[in-house]
Write a protein that binds this ligand. Structure first.
Ligand code: ATP
Ligand code: MG
Length: 390
């Protein structure tokens, strides 16, 4: 039996004039993400995207990949059949056998966008309902909360039969909201921040600060693994590995201990902004969460924000660790994130960092570091790009 995946759009259908652009981005994204699986015909009709295997391509894997594409609200995997009522009934009986055998209740939902089909939606529902009750006498009809929602869609090219829609990834197609640079550490939070902002339609590049020999090659590899795990959601990622040792040692040696963390975070922000210029990115994303650590108090965040003028997006700001961890597990970054390698943010940290630094004292400390700007420019210049492709 020929199967197909139908992907229905969500929020973007609200967006009026942008809709055509969004749909074309979505089609391109689907083509790119399924490319390595072989030959799929990907097209749209009536606000629905179709992914149709040409031969015996792996449709389970295709369904999994499509379920991670932002901009798709719901998905169904359907059997395709000719627009002939008897064939549709046989297809429903056969294709949904396992689901119907396990179910106690069902209903039939029919949608007829091809109005030349001789039965209307109500008639299809009623007739097919009878036939299924005869074929599966243990079943009862429940129109409110059925175990299986037997769905028939009579569309332009064919009829489609499936067991109901499943939720897709939601959000907006990646790149339709512009581009931002994610500050990617090896921790739990920043990959989750990437997922959340990609969901709002941003395409991403990443900046990772490494301070060898204080941070290891394994820590660097871990970050690249995280980036790879994000690509099913974000698409291709350019990851800039910033050699940060010299600037970081300079701050350690020339500034008051208690201000070290905030000074370092400002310095990282300035470098990230330089990378944004290279990548044409218009915002910075971090995984910060309010009050999680000393550098994430309101005062410290205010000082960090004042370091440069791009907007800083912090999607995890109001979430607690459990909520962040739930998402990290869902997107399969958690197990990698908890590998115990050091991060540059956790080396040289003073035992009692100041939790309420003032911008005045921060700027005064920076005035005492005349060599820092040059080291920052050099770090941005010498950042190596790793191309993480789908
Ligand atoms: P995470 O779990 O993402 O590491 P965290 O709670 O450990 O976050 P911090 O270490 O204070 O918090 O870092 C806050 C944010 O700063 C991170 O979410 C990330 O966006 C950024 N960041 C931290 N370390 C690095 C790094 N080495 N390179 C790039 N960005 C970093
Ligand atoms: Mg961290």
């Amino acid at each position: 039996m020929k199967e197909i995946i139908l992907a229905y759009q969500g929020e973007m259908s609200l967006k009026g004039l942008n809709r055509a652009t969004f749909e074309s981005v979505l089609l391109k994204t689907m083509r790119r993400r399924l490319k390595s699986l072989g030959s799929f015909k990907i097209y749209k009709a009536q606000s629905t995207m179709y992914a149709e295997p040409v031969g015996d391509e792996d449709i389970d894997e295709a369904e999994d990949r499509i379920s991670k594409i932002f901009g798709i609200a719901t998905i169904s995997r359907a059997a395709v059949c000719p627009k002939d009522f008897d064939v549709i009934c046989d297809t429903a009986k056969e294709y949904l056998r396992d689901a119907l055998m396990q179910a106690k209740t069902f209903k039939v939902s029919a949608r007829r966008s091809d109005k030349t089909f001789p039965l209307n939606s109500m008639e299809i529902g009623r007739e097919l309902g009878h036939i299924l009750l005869e074929a599966y006498p243990h079943l009862k009809v429940d129109v409110h909360d059925p175990d299986v929602n037997v769905t028939v869609e009579i569309r332009d090219f064919a009829a489609y039969v499936h067991g109901g829609k499943k939720p897709g990834a939601g959000g907006l197609p990646v790149s339709t909201s512009g581009k931002a640079m994610l500050m990617l550490s090896g921790g739990i939070d920043s990959p989750v921040a990437a997922y959340m902002m990609a969901k709002r339609g941003l395409s991403l590049a990443c900046a990772h600060f490494a301070s060898p020999p204080y941070t290891s090659e394994r820590a660097r590899m871990k970050v690249l693994t995280l980036a790879r795990k994000l690509t099913p959601y974000t698409g291709n990622l350019n990851v800039y590995i910033v050699p940060y040792t010299a600037a970081q040692e300079y701050i350690r040696d020339n500034a008051p201990d208690v201000l070290f963390t905030v000074l370092m975070r400002r310095s990282m922000m300035r470098i990230t902004k330089m990378l944004c210029e290279k990548e044409n990115a218009d915002a910075i994303i971090t995984g910060e969460s309010l009050a999680q650590v000393a550098s994430q108090t309101l005062k410290a965040i205010a000082c960090t924000d004042a370091a440069q003028d791009l907007p800083v997006l912090r999607p995890c700001i109001g979430m607690d660790k459990c909520e962040i961890t739930d998402i990290a597990r869902k997107i399969d970054t958690f197990e990698t994130s908890i590998l115990p390698y050091e991060d540059c943010c956790t080396i040289f940290t003073p035992p009692h960092p100041k939790t309420k630094p003032s911008l005045e004292e921060i700027e005064e400390a920076e005035a005492g570091m005349p060599g820092l700007a040059e080291l920052e420019a050099k770090a941005a210049q010498e950042a190596q790009v790793e191309y993480i492709n789908l």
